[in-house]
Design a binder for this molecule. Structure first.
Ligand SMILES: [Zn+2]
Length: 428
């Protein structure tokens, strides 16, 4: 199966120096090592264009990726990357990673370096500094620019700032990848903003981990995909990626109004510790939950909480019951408040519908990507996507539920992301 989406064929495959030499009938070929793959499927190594494996130099084996067939990854997503991409790539090269590595440069990283976690527009000179940092990262080898507009400080940026920076990436041949401002109650507006930036910057666009993350909006994937199709018809080269689960993974902080997270940890703790401010925060959180169609925080499960690992694997509802003897929404918010004061947590959020995940997977421009970091087995209770994303696509979505064909699944993990990211000599 060559990754193009064409039907698989029976053939021999010769490899020399780590590269495919020829494919076909090679009865007379001699090799130092022969693998009998009869009854199995041979495919190009999978390409995972949405990862957070920025720390790969510390675990160069990248075992969780290798074990799910991934041989090339892109890090620096959701606005978060190394600030000095050149240094990071040198370190990674020296570490000798098991898989191919590319990175984007992140807007949040660049913005924080220039203006901290300030909740305002940049000055002219701050924007100029950010532009030069993005330009340098691309010159040093970044393959594009990413945003994480649901996170601090990216969430404080308006579209013109992102556009200016995406333009710099586009001028160097890079693409613009976005963890959009909203994936639920304002999903369509967020997609329109992303596409408009791509169109005006004349930049290829990758919508990261496309999903509908609010029960009140379940079914909106149809409208979301239609916006992508319309933009493509107008000539905007927009594609997307997704992971094959109905649960997401993110920070605990993402559940709080973004103004609460401005500044450093001391500033956040001060807001959360002031009774009047906390009442205001709770009121906003209640409104946010209601808009998104949640009745409480039971959908929020702890993946990793440094201050008390016994919370790992428990929902905020369970933690509230255990800690405060009540599982009311108020007690759940109190549990979340205390966890934020003690350094926050990494979370798994159960918030998508199967119908939306299926519909998004059937779209021909949506690649498969894990959204994972390099993981250490036994560490916390992480989202399973970091170990099983590609495997789940093949087992659940191809073999069991027939949502897409095997050829299409392989294409979504190989040639589709390779073409959009302009990776030559990879996939088919
Ligand atoms: Zn993201």
């Amino acid at each position: 199966m060559d990754g193009s989406g064409a039907s698989g064929r029976r053939a021999d495959l010769a490899i020399k120096g780590g590269r495919i030499l020829s494919i076909g009938r090679l009865p007379a070929a001699a090799a130092t090592e022969t693998i009998d793959a009869r009854g199995l499927v041979v495919a190009p190594g999978f390409i995972d264009v949405h990862t957070h494996a920025d720390a790969i130099a510390r675990s160069p084996g990248a075992e969780n990726f290798v074990r799910m067939g991934v041989t090339s990854i892109v890090a620096g997503n959701c606005g978060s990357s190394a600030l000095d991409v050149g240094d990071a790539l040198t370190e990674i090269k020296q570490a000798g990673t098991a898989i191919n590595f590319a990175t984007l440069v992140g807007h949040n990283t660049v913005r924080r370096a220039v203006m901290g976690n300030a909740n305002r527009a940049p000055t002219v000179s701050e924007l100029a500094k950010m532009k030069s940092l993005v330009w340098k990262a691309l010159a040093d080898g970044a393959v594009g620019f990413s945003s994480g507009l649901e996170y601090v400080p990216g969430t404080y940026a308006r579209a013109p700032e992102i556009l200016e920076l995406a333009r710099i990436a586009a001028n160097s041949g890079g693409l613009y990848a976005s963890h959009m401002r909203n994936e639920g109650n304002e999903l369509e507006a967020a997609i329109e903003e992303t596409i408009r930036i791509g169109a005006e910057a004349m930049c290829r666009v990758e919508i990261s981990h496309l999903k509908v993350d609010s029960p009140s909006r379940w079914g909106a994937s149809g409208a979301a995909l239609a916006l992508i199709d319309d933009a493509r018809k107008r000539g905007v080269d927009v594609a997307a990626d997704q992971y094959a689960y109905t649960a997401a993974s993110s920070t605990l902080g993402i559940r709080f109004p973004s103004w609460v997270l401005e500044g450093d940890q001391a500033a956040v703790v001060a807001r959360l510790s002031d009774p009047a401010t906390w009442e205001r925060i709770k009121a906003e959180m209640r409104t946010l939950l209601a808009q998104r169609g949640f009745k409480d925080l039971a959908f929020s499960v702890v993946a990793s909480y440094g201050a008390d690992p016994t919370f790992n694997g428990l929902s905020l509802k369970q933690i509230a019951a255990k800690q405060q003897g009540s599982d009311s929404l108020d007690a759940q918010m109190e549990a979340a408040r205390q966890m934020m004061i003690h350094g926050g947590a990494s979370m798994v959020y159960h918030l998508m519908s199967d119908d939306d995940v299926d519909r998004i997977m059937k779209h021909p421009q949506v690649a498969i990507a894990s959204d994972s970091s390099v993981l250490t087995p036994g560490d916390g209770v992480p989202h399973p996507r970091g170990y099983g994303n590609t495997v789940r696509v093949l087992a659940e979505y191809v073999r069991k539920r027939h949502i897409i064909s095997l050829e299409e699944a392989v294409r979504k993990m190989t040639s589709l992301p390779a073409e959009h990211f302009r990776f030559t000599g990879r996939a088919c």
